[in-house]
Design a protein around this ligand. Structure first.
Ligand code: RNT
Ligand code: ZN
Length: 412
């Protein structure tokens, strides 16, 4: 008997159907963030990354334009099982002239739509409120300057229309996520004012009704940013309330909370009150450092909550990290494969059984089983999944990245 058949039998013994797990996993789309490929530079040729976020490292071979970035995305997707989505930022418009961010249209992203269509990928979108002269003070939708505030309102409106056009063109919904850096380094004298202005900006933005069957809008909160340590306008409470009142999705980034606060625990609470929600899966180390996603306990817990809440079709899963210290294609592959591994592990868990232990106050069996499950032959199912999906099994993807590095990245 081969290792997969053996694993299948062992899992069947605890009421888990590995074939069903594989089938369900193959239908999950993860939004792969384009910005890992170029350290969040974008195509505008502007200055340094701003907005309180940072990519550190100077690994050679960063993508510098649409051709290079899509070539790198292709290289990564060849090694990642499944058909996914690409998550774009507005700063990745493909134009031969510099279009102001408050004047962007779907035409500026036609190249991306063609790219996605050609490969059967979906697209998600994000307005870009950083690395721009109008956001030099890290104040955008909450700016006290009416000219700047209007500029960013107009930008956000453009982006919603662009995301809607993605959804229509690709026949699958696009998520448009709003994250703004707005905040203050020093303890502010007025916490209410900026939040009032942000609320007014959002009200104006969402007064435009677009096609809710192809466009989903989310808002992403944060606790603090670099140089913005004292106060964040778009806090968790602000957006959770705003989203609930206005029928928007909350996007939870697991780097955006206090270190012992777990996004996994928030998922079921959010799902009780919203039909859909969104995630930025990342790995914060001591702060929102955006390290490459590892197959660690919290990732597994996040995946478990999505699966045991029966919410694979209610949660938009996107990755959000940017590590410039290692091969960027490998960074994508590692994070995407880990997200899928975590979902597979969750799909291979006898949740009903464990829940029954909990409800019967049999915490002994619950703990014993949870721990024994860790050494079940999960790897054999993962390998089988990769093989069936036509991507390299185990670490065999790495030589392909090395070859690509030699042939392509090294020549940049
Ligand atoms: C920043 C947010 C935001 C960005 C991307 C580039 O802390 O997480 O989502 O990382 O939009
Ligand atoms: Zn994020």
């Amino acid at each position: 008997m081969n290792t997969y058949e053996n694993a299948k039998e062992l899992y069947a013994g605890i009421g888990v159907d590995t074939e069903e797990a594989i089938r369900r996993l193959s239908g999950v789309k993860i939004s792969m963030h384009c910005w890992q490929g170029d350290d969040v530079n974008g195509f505008e040729g502007g200055g340094a990354l701003s907005g309180g976020i940072a990519a550190t490292g100077d690994y050679p071979g960063r993508a510098r334009n649409f051709e290079e970035l899509t070539s790198d995305l292709d290289a990564a997707f060849r090694l990642i099982p499944g058909r996914h989505k690409v998550n774009l930022h507005a700063s990745y418009a493909v134009t031969d002239h510099n279009v102001e961010r408050n004047a962007l249209t779907s035409a500026d992203f036609q190249a991306w739509v063609d790219y996605a269509k050609d490969r059967g990928l979906g697209l998600d979108f994000n307005p870009t409120f950083f690395s721009h002269p109008m956001a030099a003070d890290s104040l955008t939708l909450s700016s006290p300057d009416p000219v700047k505030r209007q500029y960013w309102i107009d930008h956000t409106k453009c982006c919603r229309r662009i995301a809607e056009s993605f959804g229509k063109a690709l026949g699958q919904p696009a998520l448009d996520n709003i994250w703004i850096p707005d905040g203050y380094k020093e303890v502010p004298a007025d916490r209410l004012g900026p939040r009032m202005r942000l609320k007014e900006s959002l009200d104006e933005i969402f007064s435009e009704k677009l096609d809710g069957t192809v466009l989903y809008d989310s808002v992403e909160s944060k606790v603090f940013g670099l140089g913005l340590e004292a106060y964040t306008v778009g806090s968790h409470e602000f957006y959770m309330n705003y989203a609930a009142k206005n029928g928007l999705l909350c996007l939870l980034d697991n780097g955006h909370y206090h270190p012992t606060e777990m996004v996994s625990d928030k998922i079921p609470a959010m799902l009780l009150f919203s039909e859909k929600m969104a995630l930025h899966v990342t790995r914060p180390m001591r702060w929102d450092s955006d390290h490459v996603v590892r197959f660690d306990d919290e990732l597994r817990e996040i995946a478990s909550e999505i699966v045991r809440c029966g919410a694979l079709d209610r949660v938009f899963i996107g990755l959000d990290y940017f590590d410039a210290s290692i091969n960027r294609v490998a960074a994508w592959v590692i994070g995407m494969r880990n997200m899928e591994k975590a979902l597979l592990a969750a799909l291979l868990t006898p949740h009903a059984r464990l829940k029954a232990c909990q409800d019967a106050a049999d915490f002994t069996s619950m703990l014993a089983m949870q721990e024994e499950l860790k050494t079940y032959p999960f790897a054999a199912v993962w390998d089988e999944y990769c093989a069936r999906m036509g991507v390299p099994v185990r670490e065999n993807w790495l030589p392909e990245v090395r070859q690509y590095e030699k042939d392509v990245l090294a020549n940049r």
